[in-house]
Ligand binder design. Structure first.
Ligand SMILES: O=C[C@H](O)COP(=O)(O)O
Length: 262
């Protein structure tokens, strides 16, 4: 991990916690981090609740002046109009949403999102000053057929073709076979792909932007394995699913520096 990039721990709640549960969760998480004297300038933290929770989370964070960030799990590629069920980046920006996850493998798998759609969604986020967290990652079949880096790198190239080189982005490498499986990639496997993604960023965005861009690892991250990932030079944080729903566990992941002296 290069110190000039602030580590970032992002909690993707997926389709869990309604808006009342979200309020209780954010309060307890902030108490836990406050008790631990967490320094948000050293490790940035954001939660990604379902759309219906965003207003409640925004109100709480703003009223209590919490340093916790928040984002959405998706964003429409369209800004307004006859797109039933879609949520515009414009609406999200009005709720102070800072980040939008785009191209999560569950969107690709269950909603047929292609790299072109993911690119359009990333561009929509950028239009509204929301930082897209661009998810890439290979399935077990991709891994067997093409090796570790080919598919994630190809996905990143395609998505970045929709963005200008100066767009502020975060990249999340999530091997599909590691998501929710309890079988995380090894730190070496994750670093190998994240290093290839960094090289792709250098080629497409230039050295300076590539060096400033954070690359997260996601897939069965827990408090017992986070430190291994954070020791790698091209891994700048984690996109956490299941473990982000347990306050004490998520809090331990966030405080990885204290527990292992990274
Ligand atoms: O967005 C988060 C990822 O899909 C990882 O989920 P997981 O930590 O439950 O494996």
């Amino acid at each position: 991990m290069v110190e000039q990039r602030t580590p970032f721990i992002a909690g993707n709640w997926k389709m869990n916690l309604d808006h009342l549960q979200a309020i209780a969760f954010v309060q307890k998480l902030s108490w836990s981090l406050s008790d631990a004297k967490h320094d948000f300038s050293q490790v940035e933290v954001a939660v990604f609740p379902p759309f219906t929770d965003l207003r409640s989370v925004q109100t709480l964070i703003s009223a209590d002046k919490l340093e916790l960030g928040f984002g959405s799990q998706d964003v429409s590629q369209h800004d307004s109009g006859a797109y039933t069920g879609e949520i515009s980046g414009n609406f999200l920006a009005r709720l102070d949403v800072q980040y939008a996850i785009v191209g999560h493998s569950e969107r690709r798998q269950f909603h047929g999102e292609t790299d072109a759609v993911v690119g359009a969604k990333a561009a929509a986020a950028v239009r509204h000053s929301i930082v897209p967290i661009i998810c890439v990652g290979e399935t077990a079949e991709d891994l067997a057929e093409h090796g570790p880096s080919a598919v994630p790198v190809a996905q990143l190239r395609e998505v970045l073709s929709s963005l200008s080189a100066d767009a502020d982005i975060v990249v999340a490498y999530e091997p599909v076979w590691a998501i929710g499986s309890g079988k995380a990639a090894t730190a070496e496997q994750a670093e190998q792909v994240c290093s290839a993604l960094r090289e792709t960023l250098v080629e497409l965005l230039g050295e300076e932007r590539a060096t400033a861009t954070r690359i997260l690892y996601g897939g069965s991250v827990k408090s017992e394995n986070i430190a291994r990932f954070m020791r790698e030079p091209n891994i700048d944080g984690a996109l956490v699913g299941g473990a982000s729903l347990a306050i004490e566990e998520f809090s331990r992941i966030i405080q990885f520096k204290k527990h292992v002296g990274v």
